[in-house]
Write a protein that binds this ligand. Structure first.
Ligand code: NAD
Ligand code: MG
Length: 407
């Protein structure tokens, strides 16, 4: 069997390195065709020398030039590309079978959507791309026979707990029995609750970026760590599940489960509740998404159920964590509202990480942006989606400028 050729978008990130760890265990089955990153030349140079990909893409032109010089000096044959054009080239390349979409934020939308359009096997970690493009993304994947595999641990768990007849719509395998009564009643989307699960409203006012990026169970990039602390991550995942599994939002319930052992559940009409469990390590969903319908070794330690001993479940507190409520609100508003929400969150999280605003200002800014933005029904093209994103960023930046002026 010829190895599957992989383009890894966001190679220098947390999901990028977990993916490379899994791939390294199966050199006969998977090969790295292209690696991409934003600006981190040192990290990319190291990865290119180790993996010898055919292409490396740096989003920033200056970084691409520096990387090219470094690789030439080291006698590497890797070709260096840059910008959106470079990303699109390594996604659409005919030799590529699988695209791992692990860029963080809206920056990943164009290449992730292009991977779906090119009919690739798409391992989707970049939830923001789906939150922004929802129906367009799902339609594009289906119309072009892409195999859409969720990497987000909760969505991967849900996928694993769904009956085969429904998960096959993620693949080029045509559904043979669309009328089957699968009896799915509910998705139970689990959340760790983040590092501030038991903080009071007053304590939340004073948390620092350093505390917020320190997640109790998962080791992740900065943006998603802050999202986990505000529960925005769970809200984005709610929207992600809504699109991926075509579920009524009323039938997706968020469950706080501090141990992060159950990664999500599906509840059926006969009373069965199926859960997927495992140690909190992204190599499990990545390995599953790479190999499905087969299973491969991921390097993750087997779960010691006796050491876990106890599983707790609580309802989320929308008062202390208003970001989750804002996600419900945005879904209810429809149209471009989830794009506006996502854009405002990205701007607010960056401002928080730069110590310009406080932790609880994140939710306030998202709410203000949702209030001020013109929400449109036009979400059927990339241009319309990008326009809503740009408009929301502008509104949110103006709100931040107001906060800074008042200080
Ligand atoms: P990260 O910050 O560790 O890495 C992000 C990657 O994207 C880096 O390689 C960076 O170079 C690249 N990148 C950033 N901005 C870019 C730009 N403008 N253009 C091109 N490339 C750019 O992030 P992460 O934690 O690996 O998360 C990646 C995605 O996966 C996010 O959407 C996140 O929500 C999702 N996700 C992550 C985890 C996790 O455990 N880390 C779990 C579930 C889902
Ligand atoms: Mg997740």
């Amino acid at each position: 069997m010829t190895p599957s050729q992989i383009t890894l978008l966001g190679a220098t990130g947390s999901i990028g390195s977990s993916t490379l760890d899994v791939v390294a265990r199966h050199p006969g089955s998977y090969q790295i065709y292209a690696l991409t990153a934003n600006t981190s030349v040192d990290a990319m140079a190291g990865l290119c020398l180790k993996w010898q990909p055919k292409f490396a893409v740096m989003f920033e032109t200056d970084a691409a030039e520096t990387l090219e010089k470094r690789l030439q000096a080291d006698g590497s044959n890797t070709r260096v590309l840059s910008g959106e054009a470079g990303l699109l080239q390594v996604v659409e390349d005919q030799n590529v079978d699988c695209v791992v979409a692990a860029i963080v934020g809206a920056a990943g939308l164009v290449p992730s959507l292009a991977a779906a359009k090119a009919g690739k096997r798409v391992l989707l970690a970049n939830k923001e791309a789906l939150v922004m493009s929802g129906k367009l993304f799902m339609d594009t994947a289906r119309d072009n026979d892409a195999i859409l595999m969720p990497v987000d641990s909760e969505h991967n768990a849900i996928f694993q707990c769904m009956p085969d007849c429904l998960t096959q719509h993620h693949s080029s395998v045509k559904m043979t029995n669309q009328q089957v009564n699968a009896g799915i009643e509910k998705i139970l989307l689990t959340a760790s609750g983040g590092p501030f699960r038991s903080f009071t409203a007053d304590q939340l006012e004073h948390v620092t970026p350093e505390q917020a990026v320190n997640h109790p169970n998962w080791d992740m990039g900065k943006k998603i760590s802050v999202d986990s602390a505000t529960l925005m991550n769970k809200g984005l995942e709610l929207i992600e599940a809504y699109w991926l599994f075509d579920m009524d939002i009323a039938n997706i319930e968020v469950v706080i489960h501090p141990q992060s052992v159950i990664h999500s559940m599906v509840s059926y009409s006969d009373g069965s509740v199926l859960a997927q469990m495992g140690n909190p390590d992204m190599r499990t969903p990545i390995a599953h998404a790479l190999a499905w319908p087969e299973r491969i070794v991921s390097g993750v330690e087997p779960l010691d159920i006796f050491e876990v001993a106890k599983l707790d479940f609580e309802k989320p507190d929308l008062e202390r964590f208003p970001c989750l409520g804002l996600c419900y609100r945005a879904i209810g508003m429809g149209g471009t509202a989830t794009i506006v929400l996502n854009a405002a969150n990205e701007i607010a999280v960056e401002a928080f990480l730069n110590e310009q605003i406080g932790f609880t200002d994140i939710a306030r800014l998202i709410e203000q942006t949702l209030d001020k933005a013109d929400i449109s029904d036009k979400v059927d093209s990339l241009a319309a989606i990008q326009a809503a994103d740009v408009m929301a960023r502008q509104i949110c930046n103006d709100c931040i400028a107001e906060i800074l002026r008042a200080q």
